[in-house]
Ligand binder design. Structure first.
Ligand code: CU
Length: 171
């Protein structure tokens, strides 16, 4: 049997900053003439960029141009290892981690670090396989990915070794 060293994979947190702009149409008619002229003059190269940006700043301060900033934390590279010995019906060989906790929108990658094939089949909370995320048989070293778009507790099982049930908690 091939012995694969145990790996510890840590999730990497990143902060995504989403900036969106929208016009406040109720006050769109209140864009003053000098701002309109600034846009024209900037296009013609008769005013500087900072003068043009001052006009944009004015629109934001007046609530004419609405800027929304949202911050969202996303775990990238969230991984679950199927460790060596996972196929054996023993107390060892649990998925690593057995319950992965991630924020909404994260992509999870399962990697088969065992010496025999496994699959990943989503299960409902009663233990029935459902068609939500379903991998083909994964050979040693193969990976399978799924992106969790909704909050919830998700279970999965390997149908070759149905005593191996794991969990992903999305919040
Ligand atoms: Cu298996």
């Amino acid at each position: 049997m091939v012995q694969i060293p145990k790996k510890i994979i840590l999730p990497v947190m990143t902060l995504a900053i989403l900036v969106s702009f929208s016009a406040n149409f109720a006050s769109a008619e209140t864009v003053p003439e000098w701002v309109k002229n600034n846009a024209l003059w900037y296009g013609q190269g008769t005013i500087t960029e900072s003068e043009f940006l001052n006009a944009m700043k004015f629109l934001i301060e007046q609530g004419i141009l609405v800027v929304e900033i949202e911050q969202e934390s996303i775990i990238q590279d969230a991984m679950i290892a199927i460790p060596n010995g996972n196929s054996e019906m023993s107390a060892a060989g649990f998925y690593l981690p057995l319950n992965l906790e991630i924020p909404v929108g994260s992509t999870v990658t399962w990697v088969n670090d065992d010496s025999v094939p496994h699959n990943i089949q989503s299960m409902d909370l009663k233990g029935n396989v459902i068609q939500l995320f379903n991998s083909p048989p994964l050979e040693t070293g193969d990976r399978f990915e799924f992106t969790f778009e909704d909050e919830g507790v998700y279970k999965y099982v390997c149908t070759f070794h149905p005593w191996r049930v794991g969990m992903v908690t999305v919040s």
